[in-house]
Design a protein around this ligand. Structure first.
Ligand SMILES: Cc1cc2nc3c(=O)[nH]c(=O)nc-3n(C[C@H](O)[C@H](O)[C@H](O)COP(=O)(O)OP(=O)(O)OC[C@H]3O[C@@H](n4cnc5c(N)ncnc54)[C@H](O)[C@@H]3O)c2cc1C
Length: 383
């Protein structure tokens, strides 16, 4: 594999990319089409990704993590998405949305209790923000948690939650209303284990994309958790969830970049092989220009994403850059998957072609963790 030239890439980044690329090509790729076709979440691959150290990548070693920088984690997600979006999101949702807030806002006791058992791929942790009547409008959540003499009692439901319904789903960081102050809702974040009484999970079936990833719906019916399971302070919940989404957007961007790279490579390979009018497609300028435009978009996306990772690792504000690159990569993933499919002609529309799966998988990227429209609202606040 040719080393990528980029000023932010160090030797350990190159080594990690090579390791994950090899793993994704040899262990994920042979299973990806069938898992997608059968819409099956793979415990086997999840555990293998755990053995590869893909869960808890940025968690300190004292909690069993690898203590890697953000760029390393992003490269891993990018390489998984180059082969299979479903495995990429399983890793990304667990690392950035699941472990991220516990690592960032947890007390030493909470970190000691949760993190070591969530770094090996045997248990997954989810991020419960979205509800049936609260998608983009997060403040409209209806899930409530009442404080009692010995803990919290939760009632409500969460929908479209990644890593929340499989046998490996161990619980979630959840946003709930915990009261009112001067007529305004008070939001708090709670850590809820899936074996808590009153916790019920079910899978959402028949997705068009990420068919091998676990997306679930979770119901809380007088669900009881201990008092110490609050993450941060009462009233900080919305801020914790929204700040977590800044990091989550880097992951979605990595998925868009990896998917775009994979689709580009599929199209380039096909264009060099398919002969029409006595020439390979690549010899038609119309086709080679499409591939050139893909390269331009991928190059710009990679530079901006890696820069946003660098900002985060320097402790500098990166919310604007994360929103920009999430919006950009999810949109170019759509354009590139579409053009890559066009290059495949009719064969691209048949399930046996990999590009067909890429074409479906890109569609979530403009919706999850802030739709493209909401991201424009976020970015416009910086004008
Ligand atoms: C496969 C999958 C996995 C997911 N994983 C998770 C997860 O792990 N955790 C989690 O909490 N959520 C998760 N989500 C939920 C996801 O984040 C929401 O679907 C997303 O935020 C959009 O919410 P919505 O679907 O309710 O759409 P809505 O908010 O109803 O939006 C519908 C349309 O209206 C537009 N719109 C809404 N408000 C405005 C506005 N003010 N201005 C302009 N346009 C607007 C939107 O852009 C969109 O086009 C997941 C979703 C899917 C499909």
């Amino acid at each position: 594999m040719q080393k990528m030239n980029h000023p932010l890439l160090k030797e350990h980044h190159h080594a990690l990319r090579e390791q994950i690329r090899h793993f994704a090509e040899t262990e994920i790729y042979p299973l990806a089409a069938e898992l997608d076709e059968k819409a099956t979440f793979s415990e086997h691959l999840t555990r293998r990704m755990g053995q590869m150290g893909l869960f808890g990548m940025c968690i300190p070693e004292e909690y069993g993590g690898r203590n890697l920088d953000t760029l390393s984690y992003i490269i891993a997600v990018e390489e998984l998405a180059r082969i299979d979006g479903s495995q990429a999101v399983t890793v990304a949702a667990h690392n950035s949305l699941g472990l991220g807030p516990i690592h960032q806002y947890g007390t030493p006791e909470q970190k000691k209790h949760y993190l070591p058992k969530l770094v090996d791929g045997n248990r997954l942790w989810a991020f419960g923000l979205t509800e049936p009547n609260a998608g983009s409008d997060a403040k409209n959540i209806a899930t409530r948690a009442e404080k009692t003499s010995d803990g919290w009692v939760i009632n409500g439901e969460k929908i479209f939650i990644t890593n929340s319904s499989s046998a490996l789903a161990a619980g979630m960081t959840l946003l709930a209303c915990t009261g009112e102050n001067a007529g305004k809702k008070v939001y708090s974040t709670l850590l809820v284990e899936s074996n808590a009484p009153g916790y019920r999970k079910e899978p959402i079936l028949n997705k068009m994309m990420w068919r091998a990833a676990d997306t679930g719906r979770v119901y809380f019916n007088n669900c009881k958790i201990p008092a110490e399971n609050i993450l941060g302070q009462e009233g900080q919940g919305l801020r914790i969830m929204l700040e977590t989404l800044d990091s989550g957007r880097l992951s979605i961007a990595a998925m868009g970049l990896g998917l775009a790279q994979g689709a580009y490579e599929l199209a380039a390979k096909y264009a060099k092989k398919r002969v029409q009018f006595g020439k390979t497609l690549i010899n038609f300028q119309n086709i080679s220009f499409k591939l050139a435009e893909m390269q331009v978009k991928i190059e710009l996306a990679r530079n901006t994403l890696y820069h946003a990772c660098w900002l985060k690792d320097q402790g500098l504000p990166f919310g604007r850059e994360a929103a920009i690159i999430k919006l950009y990569t999810s949109e170019i993933a759509k354009e590139i998957a579409d053009e890559a499919l066009q290059i495949h002609g009719g064969y691209g529309l048949i399930k046996s072609s990999d590009i067909e799966r890429f074409y479906r998988d890109q569609r979530i990227l403009q919706i999850g963790e802030g739709t493209s429209e909401i991201l424009k609202l976020v970015i416009s606040k910086y004008v």
